[in-house]
Write a protein that binds this ligand. Structure first.
Ligand code: GLN
Length: 308
């Protein structure tokens, strides 16, 4: 077996140079801001248990977090409900696209927190009496995961809210089932803002590391969520984080992760490190093409596959 490289000396820019020539994939067209994203953006970052963060060129370029926010929304919902969020959202993979109009049969719950229905619901479970309070709680929580203050891109949030017809449909469906207890519009408004939070690869890697390392942010030393919550979230990332590509992802990359339509992927290698890769062109499942290739290479080079 090949000797794993030490992440502290790993040549991240060399990995980036391997990814840049990859030209496959298309940017999301769901909102104008994503359709206009720079297709050449390509960044990789690693966040290590000693608190250090190492990144490639572009590691500090901002982008909207999109669905890479979902593990963290789930974590905050678990924290704010003392774990009762697990009664309100399923944890089984769907084998379907991220925005499939599908709820659990019998219960009317969203199938899992990594698809849109589930994340709209977890937005409604965090503390707060109205959308502004819930948004503030989410931004505060995400900032603790990242170890720096994060902000919403208001233009992206506006587009998400205006153009997110399937998300409105999912929220109305859950409202009808009785599983969503705030109004559909309020829930989508919070979710749209959560997806529009600006991060960079470095911050996203720290967020992934905080989950990978038992809920303690390695850069700030702050406990953000309990180790039990961190474990639960990483387990669901492993089974559901790449939607209908989750099985292929776990075989090939073997690191719990969450993909997103901005081309960002957050990875949580249990007990080892957090990583982020961003590159906007996506494959047919909404996963960054360079992100998937880069994650496979990173996993192989650093020996991160959870099944050895
Ligand atoms: N904001 C996007 C949406 O709701 C997030 C989807 C994604 O990143 N897969 O459609």
């Amino acid at each position: 077996m090949r000797q794993a490289a030490d992440p502290r000396g790993y040549d991240i820019d060399a990995l980036r140079r391997r990814l840049v020539p990859e030209r496959d994939g298309e940017r999301s067209t769901s909102i104008p801001e994503l359709a206009d994203a720079d297709p050449d953006l390509c960044a990789i970052a690693l966040a290590l248990p000693d608190g250090s963060v190492r990144s490639s060129v572009d590691g500090d370029v901002p982008f909207s977090i999109q669905s890479a926010v979902k593990p963290f929304l789930f974590a905050l919902a678990l924290a704010d409900t003392d774990g009762a969020a697990l009664d309100r959202v399923g944890i089984e993979p769907t084998g379907e696209a991220f925005d499939a109009i599908k709820l659990e049969s019998g219960t009317g719950r969203p199938p899992n927190p990594m698809v849109n229905a589930g994340a709209i619901l977890t937005c409604a479970l965090v503390d707060g009496d109205d959308p502004d309070q819930r948004t503030a709680r989410i931004i505060g929580g995400l900032s603790a995961f990242a170890g720096r203050p994060l902000e919403v891109d208001d233009g992206v949030a506006h587009s998400e809210h205006l153009l997110g017809d399937r998300n409105h449909a999912l929220a109305h469906l859950m409202r009808d089932e009785g599983t969503l207890t705030i109004t559909a519009d309020e829930a989508v408004a919070v979710y749209a803002r959560a997806c529009a939070v600006l991060v960079d690869a470095e911050s996203l890697a720290v967020m992934g590391a905080t989950l990978a390392l038992g809920g303690v942010n390695p850069a700030t030393g702050q406990r953000v969520v309990s180790s039990r919550i961190a474990r639960d979230v990483v387990a669901v990332m492993a089974t559901c984080g790449v939607y209908d590509g989750s099985g292929r992802w776990m075989r090939g990359v073997g690191v719990p992760a969450k993909s997103s339509v901005s081309g960002a992927i957050v990875l949580s290698a249990p007990g080892t490190l957090g990583a982020a890769i961003v590159s906007p062109p996506l494959d047919e499942r909404g996963t960054s093409v360079r992100g998937r290739i880069g994650a496979e290479a990173l996993s192989a080079d650093l020996g991160l596959h959870v099944f050895g």
